[in-house]
Design a protein around this ligand. Structure first.
Ligand SMILES: Cc1cc2nc3c(=O)[nH]c(=O)nc-3n(C[C@H](O)[C@H](O)[C@H](O)COP(=O)(O)OP(=O)(O)OC[C@H]3O[C@@H](n4cnc5c(N)ncnc54)[C@H](O)[C@@H]3O)c2cc1C
Length: 369
């Protein structure tokens, strides 16, 4: 089977689908190649958290603010719970204050609150070393599946052709071809949105978009907890322990298990007992697992490499894909069209999130061919 498209998007997770929807809505003849089923990778199941405040990453916050506005425009149901970040070290408070103006300029609603105020917002917290907290009202519980299907429907409605069970197995930027087991797709531009499996594709295009080694991310769940209050999504900054209410229990994340799951579980349990001593952990179980799509600096990488066949990528969303998917689609569309990027807060030098790759690096390569 051979095919032709103006743009080929590789990967049918929430990012690839958002990109395909945005390009197709702009009148661009778009083909998306997904090796399995749509939304079967990191986008299969998440903690369903959509938030706008990303401490230490105002560019990421700006993408999330844009994304929240887009979700609202598209009528995506979101249940507001707010986001609390617990600070236990003076340096964390200093770092928060140092970038507060930048976060506000990015459109984030966030403020420093006292330890007492934090305990009022989340009565489960009983952390002796709590100094202060960041509070952002803009955090929501969403429905990941619904969002993925929403992007899929938008892409189809706008005329994008979504091919499932059809992996990209090679790219040739000189010829403008994406190879698949059942024939190549000839194209004017290629977009890599293959999530945690993007490395060979970006490397083939000569683009640096580092991803951490593929690994499994796991969320834990408690059993039902009697009289559980409504609490915000709460991050313990030092340990990265994140909790939120799900049904009658808690959904819990703390990094990834890595090679020694037992050790990770012991650390997570110990931190839970320290910060939330009243929470009954007897029913603790694996609630969600999925492939981790982390970049080393925990920031997404988006960019465009010019050439005979322009190559664009949007990868490494590092556990934030749901918060940033709509803006990722908008930004890749803008990069494809060559639009001015100042609306994305991207200056002349380009941010880490959208740096133009070096055009002098080799751009022709194939995998498995
Ligand atoms: C347990 C867990 C909880 C999370 N919770 C949250 C949360 O609460 N909020 C949030 O914002 N984010 C969360 N995330 C992160 C979020 O899920 C990811 O950032 C997001 O799904 C990334 O989307 P993606 O489209 O880039 O990647 P993916 O969804 O992995 O999509 C990539 C797709 O590319 C396909 N593919 C790969 N190689 C090829 C190829 N050669 N040819 C064709 N197709 C290919 C794959 O099959 C896959 O479908 C969580 C992640 C996990 C694992």
């Amino acid at each position: 089977m051979s095919d032709r498209a103006e743009v080929v998007v590789i990967g049918g997770g929430m990012i690839g689908l958002s990109i395909a929807a945005h390009l197709a809505e702009d009148g661009c003849d778009t083909v998306l190649l997904e090796r399995g089923a749509l939304g079967s990778g990191a986008s299969r199941a998440t903690a369903d958290v959509v938030r706008t405040y990303f401490g230490g990453d105002p560019e990421g916050s700006r993408l999330a603010v844009r994304s929240l506005a887009a979700y609202r425009r598209r009528g995506v149901p979101l249940h507001q719970v707010g986001y609390l970040v617990l600070f236990t070290e003076p340096e964390q408070v200093e770092a928060f204050e140092a970038e507060l103006a930048e976060q506000h300029a990015a459109g984030v609603r966030v403020e420093l609150i006292t330890a007492d105020e934090a305990l009022r917002r989340n009565p489960l917290v009983d952390e002796p070393s709590l100094l202060a907290a960041a509070w952002s009202p803009d955090a929501y519980i969403s429905d990941t599946r619904r969002i993925v299907v929403g992007f899929e429907q938008a892409a189809r409605r706008a005329g994008a052709r979504l091919h499932t069970g059809r992996p990209a197995i090679g790219i040739d930027l000189d010829a403008g071809v994406v190879a698949t087991p059942n024939g190549g797709v000839t194209t004017d531009a290629i977009v890599c949105a293959a999530g945690p499996w993007s490395s060979w594709i970006t490397a083939a295009a000569g683009v640096e978009a580092p991803l951490a080694e593929p690994s499994v991310q796991e969320l834990l769940g408690t059993g039902p907890l009697p009289a559980l209050p409504d609490i915000p999504v709460t991050l313990h900054a030092a340990s990265r322990l994140l909790i939120r209410r799900r049904g009658e229990g808690l959904l819990i994340g703390m990094g990834s298990p890595g090679p020694d799951r037992r050790e990770w579980l012991d650390q997570a349990t110990a931190q839970l007992a320290r910060t939330y001593p009243s929470v009954d952990l007897t029913g603790l179980h694996t609630a969600v697992t999925g492939p981790k799509d982390a970049s080393p600096n925990r920031m997404a990488s988006l960019g465009r490499r010019p050439g005979v066949t322009p190559f664009l990528h949007a990868t490494g969303f590092s556990g934030h894909g749901l918060c940033q998917a709509p803006a990722a689609g908008e930004l890749v569309r803008a990069l494809y069209r060559g639009d001015d990027l100042t609306a994305f807060g991207i200056g002349a030098d380009g941010p880490t999130a959208a740096r133009e790759p070096d055009p002098n690096r080799p751009a022709r390569s194939r995998k498995g061919l």
